[in-house]
Design a protein around this ligand. Structure first.
Ligand code: SDX
Length: 432
């Protein structure tokens, strides 16, 4: 709705009351009715399970338009950033809502590089956990435990949480790689300061002390692209979790650890692992693509077309479009085929011509194609969501810092509509 046409207030008539509620208009024309006085003036609250109609904050970090399929980090389109930027530059953009100068980027890159190592004592946390533990559980634990090594700074930040932010950005890949190495019984690989961010991740994941490992630049660039595409996505489930935990005054490490746990869910970041397992089940003949799609349309089947649908995008997720093309590019550059990509494209074609999906505006989301590239990088399926967390780290931090600086921010404390038992007298157990 354009700003001129938008009314300045929204009239609410409720019983014998008529309220004029203020209307806010965002910089992209988004309209919000400010209901902060609603309960005080009417005694009533709103009801919005999942908060799909509720703005929890104002933000300058990321804008997305679900109807148009638009995603921008502080005004820069995801298409431009995917083509021209780097993940470390996108980190700076999200944290400062400005692109860095060449000097700022060089200095920031060096700061990140020199914080990638973990405290040697933290390594014992990994070996204390079962090798079969899911790496998302290991990473959530390790990130939460990071705060114990930086107690002096945590909670009363002298530097406005900058040191903690850099440590999380720098150490998350090391934590991720260590969770993988622990699981396969290989020695941890220390980060190398001569490698770029994505190349260092490949080194820590796939290098061994027995021989020199040189990351493939094609794979490093593909990983950097994946990280850019996952870097932020406004008030999604895990980011709202990070803001909510931070709203109690909990430190950044604790807040991000909670975000990792929220991301793990199969309806959120865990979907990328579910997508590949879905594609593998079709590849291995458990059921054909058509049979699978028929099941996905049946409510009681318990089967969903994972990687399809979105709370906000009711059009194509722009990240999915970029990733679909990247799949062809990466596999082509590697001279590889992957039947899972063909199956994914077949499922997409079926869905795009099936009224069940079209009428519900279900399109591929970021998770539908990402796993094909993770797989081409050699990343095991159970690590896919961990890589989503590496990508989302700058978004979580930027949103948490924005919350801390927001003069209107309050501790998150939603209301409820109680539908339970009314008051009743207690009865001794003998009489029940
Ligand atoms: C991410 O929020 C973000 O920004 C998240 C994210 C980010 O970057 O942070 O984009 C990352 O989490 C992407 C989403 C990954 N999850 C999946 O791919 C899991 C599969 N998708 C869904 O479960 C579902 O689409 C959601 C959870 C993503 C969205 O759920 P909604 O918007 O609440 O949709 P809904 O559950 O209200 O569904 C509406 C209808 C229902 O059918 P009816 O009741 O109308 O008959 O669509 C159906 C649903 O049953 N439906 C699906 C479906 N998704 C919704 N049916 C089959 N397959 C699906 N995937």
């Amino acid at each position: 709705m354009n700003q001129e046409a938008t009314p300045k207030t929204a009239k609410l008539s409720f019983g014998d009351k008529v309220l004029d509620l203020p209307v806010m208009v965002g910089s992209e024309g988004e309209v919000a009715i400010d209901i902060r006085q609603l309960r005080a003036k009417t005694g009533a609250i709103t009801y919005d399970p999942g908060l799909g109609n509720t703005g929890s904050c104002t933000s300058k970090i990321t804008f997305l338009d679900g109807e148009q399929g638009i995603l921008r980090y502080s005004g820069y389109s995801i298409e431009d950033l995917a083509k021209q930027s780097s993940f470390v530059e996108v980190m700076w953009l999200l944290l400062h809502q400005q692109l860095p100068s060449a000097a700022q980027l060089a200095q920031f890159t060096q700061e990140i590089t020199y914080h990638t190592m973990l405290h040697e004592d933290l390594k014992h946390l990994f070996s204390s956990l079962p090798k079969t533990g899911h790496p998302m559980a290991v990473c959530a634990a390790a990130v939460g435990a990071l705060s114990t090594f930086y107690q002096k700074n945590v909670g009363s930040p002298a530097d406005n949480n900058w040191g903690d932010s850099v440590r999380l950005l720098a150490k998350m890949p090391t934590i991720a790689a260590y969770s993988y190495k622990h699981g396969i019984g290989q020695p941890f690989m220390y980060p190398r300061n001569d490698l770029g961010y994505a190349a260092n991740i490949l080194h820590m994941m796939f290098g061994t002390p027995c021989e020199r490992y040189e990351p493939n630049p094609v794979l490093a660039r593909a990983l950097d692209l994946l990280l850019i595409l996952h870097a932020d996505h406004e008030q999604n489930c895990s980011t709202s979790t990070v803001r909510t935990v931070g709203s109690s005054g909990a430190n950044l490490f604790a807040s991000v650890s909670a975000g990792i746990s929220a991301l793990w869910g199969p309806l959120h970041g865990g979907a990328n692992q579910e997508v590949i397992e879905m594609l593998m089940s079709i590849r291995d003949g458990k059921r054909s693509a058509v049979e699978f799609m028929d099941l996905a349309k049946k409510k009681d089947s318990g089967v969903r077309l994972m990687g399809f649908g979105h709370r906000v995008y009711k059009n194509f997720d722009p990240r999915a479009l970029i990733l679909k093309k990247a799949c062809d590019d990466v596999l082509g550059q590697l001279g590889r085929q992957d039947p899972l990509l063909d199956i994914a494209k077949e499922l997409e074609q079926i869905a795009l011509h099936d009224d069940y999906f079209v009428s519900r505006k279900l399109y591929p989301n970021v998770d539908f194609y990402s796993g094909i590239i993770y797989k081409a990088l050699g990343i095991p399926v159970e690590m896919f969501t961990v890589f989503f967390a590496i990508g989302r780290m700058p978004g979580w931090i930027a949103q948490w810092l924005e919350y801390k600086k927001d003069p209107e921010a309050k501790i998150t404390r939603p209301r409820q509509v109680f539908v339970g038992a009314n008051q009743r007298a207690y009865r001794a157990v003998e009489t029940r």
